[in-house]
Design a binder for this molecule. Structure first.
Ligand SMILES: [Zn+2]
Ligand SMILES: [Zn+2]
Length: 141
């Protein structure tokens, strides 16, 4: 780990990745599909330039649908099921890719400051004062 790159991977270790650091953005997403996929209250999602992601191992892709109807490609380790990447057409056009920041090797200093789809979030979750809280957010996955 350096201050310009971070490494992460799936639970079983078959999939590993490296991303540039800090990410372009770091958000939580509490959409119902992220809750389903993560089994958690929200996904913690980082965005990096596509060429700032180095991936090793093979991911399986589930083609999900956003509320907008657009395809959301949820990519996960086929052996242990850890969600690793989320890709969309808009992300491709913007030369970005989303990674699930909860799969970084070191998550202790993660501090997402934007929170999406809070309208479908779990009621026990409270957001830090000053953070950007969005009831909905199209296109994030
Ligand atoms: Zn795995
Ligand atoms: Zn989501």
């Amino acid at each position: 780990m350096t201050d310009t790159k971070r490494e992460g991977g799936c639970l079983c270790g078959a999939v590993r990745y490296e991303v540039s650091w800090p990410p372009m953005m770091l958000v939580t997403c509490a959409c119902t599909n992220c809750q389903k996929q993560s089994g958690a209250a929200a996904s913690v999602v980082g965005a990096v330039a596509r060429d700032a992601l180095v991936l090793s191992g093979t991911l399986k892709t589930y083609e999900d649908r956003a509320a907008s109807g657009n395809a959301v490609y949820r990519q996960f380790c086929p052996d242990c099921g850890s969600p690793i990447l989320t890709d969309t057409k808009a992300a491709r056009e913007g030369n970005m890719i989303f990674f699930k920041a909860g799969t970084l090797d070191d998550t202790a200093d993660l501090a997402p400051t934007m929170h999406c789809w809070t309208a479908s979030g779990q009621r026990w979750v409270h957001y830090p004062q000053g953070d950007i809280v969005m009831q909905r957010q199209e296109g994030l996955g």
